[in-house]
Design a protein around this ligand. Structure first.
Ligand code: CO8
Length: 259
């Protein structure tokens, strides 16, 4: 199916940038166009100093039911290597601005992997997570064996990747994949509140925090601790550190310059 219309919608609300996946007929399956649009929108929000948090969401029925199978079906391994669709997602994972995934309905395959690339996941109580690729004769290709294992541990990751079964929102929260579960009708309100709370903080501190959390996922404990100490020390050169601590001493709300 060739699409010329945009497959996402974006808007801003205060200091929060919203990206809504918008291919309802295919349960927001991720086409190359949609992936490009999401990555470009996220990068544009990331460049703006007026944005302190990004929310990625889908519809009430699906966050995203995976990479678009129709588009992927005819590809050869050399197409995969030459087109390198994975590289695009690395740009999304590198966004420094905190990203909240607000997930209702299906987050399967590439949809679950997209949610896991975000800094935290808030789920509606009807959300379903899974890596069903094994049922298609393939395996996850956008981090589903790596980020999922780090999020839920080796036992649960093997269970999901090898059987292709789905996790309910409640089980996903218990397993550590999801930060919060809320009634479906309150999902967007909760995501907006969390994102606004994040975006009220100092941008340099937020960037340092997402980078340090990423470092924890990627390397050894000693490398992560070194990274954290360096990032922590650097923040003591920022006006927002002075302001944050002065505001605490003076019992008032900080007026961060960089936010
Ligand atoms: N791709 C394309 N179309 C899809 C997809 C998908 N992943 N998921 C759903 N759709 C389409 C259906 O084909 C259907 O279209 P149509 O009405 O034209 O037939 C429409 O969405 C509605 O879907 P269903 O009728 O199937 O709705 P149900 O409520 O019966 O079922 C499910 C919902 C359970 C979500 C079901 O649609 C399903 O199993 N979907 C596929 C889930 C899946 O296997 N996802 C993994 C895909 S592979 C992947 O993500 C690999 C990632 C790594 C790639 C790295 C390269 C970048």
């Amino acid at each position: 199916m060739s699409e010329t219309e945009s497959t996402i919608r974006t808007h801003t609300d205060g200091r929060v940038g919203w990206i809504t996946l918008d291919r309802p007929r295919a349960l927001n399956a991720l086409t190359a166009q949609l992936m490009r649009e999401v990555v470009e929108a996220a990068a544009a929000f990331d460049r703006s100093h007026n944005i302190g948090a990004i929310v990625v969401t889908g519809s009430t029925r699906a966050f995203a039911a995976g990479v678009d199978i129709a588009e992927m079906e005819g590809m050869s391994s050399s197409d995969m290597l030459l087109d390198d669709p994975f590289a695009l997602w690395e740009r999304f994972a590198e966004v420094r601005t905190p990203v909240v995934a607000a997930v209702a309905g299906y987050a399967l395959g590439g949809g679950c992997e997209l949610a896991m690339m975000c800094d935290l996941i808030i789920a509606a109580d009807d959300a379903r997570f899974g890596q069903p690729e094994i049922r298609l004769g393939i395996i996850p290709g956008m981090g589903g064996t790596q980020r999922l294992l780090r999020a839920v541990g080796p036992a649960k990751a093997a269970d999901l990747v090898l059987t292709g079964r789905q996790l309910s929102a409640e089980e996903a929260e218990r397993a550590g994949l999801v930060a919060r579960v809320v009634p479906a009708e309150h999902l967007l309100e909760e995501a907006a509140d969390v994102a606004a709370a994040i975006a009220s903080h100092s941008l340099p501190a937020l960037y340092a925090a997402t980078a340090a959390l990423d470092a924890a996922q990627e390397g050894s404990l000693s490398e992560g601790l070194r990274f954290e100490r360096r990032a922590f020390a650097q923040l003591f050169d920022t006006v927002d550190q002075s302001e944050g601590m002065a505001a605490f001493r003076e019992k008032r709300t900080p007026e961060f310059r960089h936010r």
